[in-house]
Design a protein around this ligand. Structure first.
Ligand code: R5P
Length: 426
């Protein structure tokens, strides 16, 4: 008999990753509730019994299959599963961090969530802790993986939409390759799998021995958001890569949208550190291509200080760009980036910025120039498939669903319907 019972799927949310984990759990609950109902209905129909009787049968099978799974309360053994494992996180006076898993996870398929860029006050045992650094969050991941391994988890997957230290992926001179080394530490601690978003460099993936990494893309959700900007895809439109490292990503958007591609070429002076967009270490930037009187779309993986985009947008405007829309997979908004974008919007440098909820943000999502796209559904689908050892390849390649979306959108949309203002308020 076919049934779907996620009893062995366990989710641990580190304090930074709590909000994203809760969104993913919401999707998983809906999905499993739906598939439980389908199975119950099918069973009732096939054996000509009532749905109540069919539900009892399914619950009995689930009970037998999950026998020995000690963490499950009576309610959890049923189809509508809780997923989240209670964990006590403590920060000691000297800054050390401890994770204690408060329920058995022996033999479970464990997914550990963390957002290493969450700088909001977070709940730890003993009270809220303010503004943890990326290194504190990373240490929380390390001790939590270890606690899960010591507690007998069967398989551990790290769900880190924002892979830490990803921009240190290649060594120049006497630098280390920290991005890969951090992955090796995860692997050494017993992580089997990582799920992340738009990883900065594919070099990182090839550094591991056994650990697998699923690199998801938000391109479908971003194009969906673009297509909702009334008529914009019917404009005289060009995709611009904000630097040479972003060419593949922007080539994908250009070919999906069937629009031309242009390129910004930037150089950084690495003797300086970019602290904010007004004092960036970008020493020069050039445009290859034509943006005059066009709507420009520019996609980057990370928005840190914002220097790359703001400098790029200024050059595009100087070259006659009509309106500019950017998308960001990982909107970090480091330091004073948010107020620099407020200023840039007021000056009319850009029209909209589309960002994902991979990084927890409160203030930016309230801005009229910001469009928040939710990628938690995609993560839930990938987790559900991995848990059931099913292929995820169709979820990694968005080309087909984007084609479908665009064929509907372009037919439905009127030509150039929306008048806009150069100051970005339109
Ligand atoms: C660089 O290669 C990345 O893809 C981003 O363009 C960069 O990290 C953005 O940083 P910032 O916003 O500080 O210029």
């Amino acid at each position: 008999m076919k049934y779907s019972n996620p009893a062995n799927l366990a989710i641990i949310a580190c304090p930074g990753g709590e909000s994203f984990a809760d969104e993913v759990i919401g999707h998983l609950k809906r999905k499993y509730r739906h598939s439980h109902k389908r199975t119950v209905d099918e069973l009732a129909k096939r054996h000509n019994i009532s749905v109540e009787q069919a539900a009892l049968q399914i619950d009995l099978i689930n009970k037998i299959v999950t026998r020995g799974s000690s963490s499950q309360s009576g309610a959890d053994r049923n189809s509508i599963h809780g997923f989240k494992v209670p964990v006590k996180f403590t920060v000691f006076a000297n800054g050390e961090i401890k994770s204690e898993i408060e329920e058995s996870i022996r033999g479970k398929d464990v997914y550990i969530f963390q957002d290493v860029e969450n700088h909001y006050p977070l709940n730890f045992s003993g009270g809220a802790v303010n503004n943890l650094s990326i290194n504190d969050h990373l240490m929380t991941i390390f001790v939590t993986i270890d606690a899960a391994r010591q507690a007998g988890a069967e398989r551990i997957t790290l769900v880190i939409p924002n892979y830490p230290y990803a921009r240190q992926h290649k060594a120049k001179g006497r630098e280390g390759i920290s991005a890969s080394r951090i992955g090796k530490i995860f692997e050494g601690l017993g992580v089997n799998h990582i799920i992340t978003l738009d990883i900065h460099s594919r070099d990182i993936i090839s550094a591991f021995d056994r650990m697998r990494l699923e690199n998801l893309h938000a391109s479908y959700q971003i194009i969906q958001a673009l297509s909702k900007l009334n008529g914009i895809l019917n404009d005289d439109f060009v995709v611009v890569s904000p630097d040479t490292g972003a060419v593949d990503r922007n080539k994908f958007f250009a070919s999906a949208l069937k629009k031309p591609l242009a390129l910004l070429y930037k150089e950084r002076d690495y003797s300086k550190v970019s602290r904010d967009a007004s004092q960036t270490n970008i020493s020069q930037i050039r445009l290859l291509g034509n943006v005059k009187d066009k709507t420009v779309f520019m996609a980057d993986d990370i928005l840190g200080t914002g220097g790359t985009l703001i400098k790029g947008m200024k050059l595009l405007k100087e070259n006659g760009a009509r309106r500019i829309i950017c998308s960001i997979s990982l909107p970090l908004f480091s330091g004073k980036a948010l107020s620099h974008f407020d200023d840039a919007y007021r000056e009319g440098l850009f029209y909209r910025l589309i960002g994902t909820n991979a990084v927890y943000q409160k203030e930016v999502i309230e801005r009229e120039w910001y469009i928040n796209v939710n990628i938690s559904g995609l993560f839930a689908q990938v987790i559900s498939r991995l848990h059931q050892n099913q292929s995820v390849s169709s979820l990694l390649d968005n080309a087909e669903i984007i084609n479908r979306l665009l064929s509907q959108t372009l037919i439905a949309e009127p030509q150039n319907e929306l008048p806009f203002q150069q100051n970005g308020n339109g």
